[in-house]
Structure formats: C-alpha cells, structure tokens
Design a protein around this ligand. Structure first.
Ligand SMILES: [Zn+2]
Length: 216
C-alpha cells in the first residue's frame, strides 16, 4: 500500500477518462505532425509552480525545463559538458524545435534561491549538489543588495528571487545561438515571477528595471 503512488495512478485514470478522451485528436496530431511548442518555459522544480497548470497550457504549447531555482547556467564551451541537462534542453528547444520565446519564471518562497542567499550570508546549506548549483545565481544576491539596500529577511529573499531571474536571462545571452537569434529579432527572452501565496504573476520590464504585475 503506497497512498502517494496510488493517488498518482488514480490521477492518470482521471486524466485518461476526461482529458485524453476529449483531446484524442490533438494528441494524434501532435504525433503525426510532431510538436511545435511556441515557448520554452524555464521554471523551478518546486511542486507548487507547475507551468502547465499555472498557464493553463494545452499539450504541445510549452516546452519546459524545470530545475532547482529555475537556473540557466552560463554557456560553457569544451571541457566537461557531458551533464548539462539544462543547456541540452535549451539547445534542443531553440535549434531543434525553432522556439521563438523563452520565459524564465521565478517564484516566491523558492528554497533554491534561499540556499543561494544562505551561502552568500556565510551559512551554506548542506548537500552534495545544491550549493554549487545555486551558486550560479550568486549575482542575484548582489543585485538585490544594490537595488534594495535596506532589504533583509523575507523582503531580501523576495528581491533575490526576482534578481536571480535576471541572472538567468543574462546567462541565456551567453549561448551564442540564443544571442544571435535575439539580436536578429528572431527570439524573445522574458523574465517572469510568480507569487504563489497571492496568485500573482509579474513580468520584467527592462525599461523600468521592474517586475510589473499582470492585471487580472
Ligand atoms: Zn524554487
């Protein structure tokens, strides 16, 4: 008896009865014609921020990457690139599928960003992988401190979550094929932030350097 797994299997049965049966043609078309998603969404692995649910996407709409703290690592050439799962998915999305929009979506109460903040404040979290992975967005802490000098505690965490999205946007531009397409006007990159407690989504406006709430 495994109640957690039983719940998942039961969920699949409900999906099959309702959603799959009602959308058989769509699934069939996605197989015969292949997928052509219009956006790559890079979101956190956090169980509360599933982009397909949050954006009410249909199958085939979004190509998603989820990792701890929705991090885009900087482009790396040569050396040991054998385990770059995130970079692999970005490459396939842009060069393989020809996706023309990338959204990096951060969120409030992100444990991954919190791990980065703890590391920056001299109390690194344990773990074999988390400290190194989240150190990719260390600059988010510096940006948060610069832009909100008095912020601390929860306010600082929220600032760091937003600024870390900008670090990932910056890192995206270090991928030559991303930069080339953005410069040519063939690809757009967007920074979003989801406040999970309030149910609010905001989008980064580079002209104001602010995340602006989507009107509901
Ligand atoms: Zn997170």
């Amino acid at each position: 008896m495994n109640a957690a797994i039983d719940k998942l299997v039961s969920g699949f049965k409900t999906f099959h009865e309702r959603f799959f049966e009602e959308n058989k043609e769509l699934y069939q078309r996605l197989v015969t014609e292949g997928q052509s998603p219009k956006a790559l969404v890079i979101a956190c692995a956090d169980s509360r921020v599933d982009p397909a649910i949050m954006l009410q996407a249909d199958p085939g709409d979004i190509f998603s990457i989820r990792n701890v703290a929705n991090v885009v690592p900087p482009y790396q050439e040569g050396g040991d690139v054998s385990y770059h799962g995130t970079s692999t998915a970005i490459e396939f999305a842009i060069n393989g599928l020809g996706i023309k929009n990338i959204v990096v979506c951060g969120h409030a109460h992100c444990a991954g960003v919190k791990a980065m903040v703890s590391g920056q404040e001299g109390s690194p979290v344990g773990g074999q992988f988390v400290p190194q992975w989240t150190s990719i967005i260390n600059k988010g802490y510096e940006l948060a401190k610069q832009k909100n000098p008095g912020a601390e505690g929860a306010e600082l965490d929220r600032c760091c979550e937003r600024q870390s999205v900008l670090v990932s946007l910056e890192n995206l531009m270090t991928f030559p094929f991303v930069k080339e397409k953005v410069d040519a006007g063939e690809l757009e990159i967007h920074g979003w932030y989801l406040d999970i407690a309030q149910g609010e989504l905001s989008r980064y406006n580079p002209n104001t350097d602010k995340f602006e709430m989507v009107a509901l």
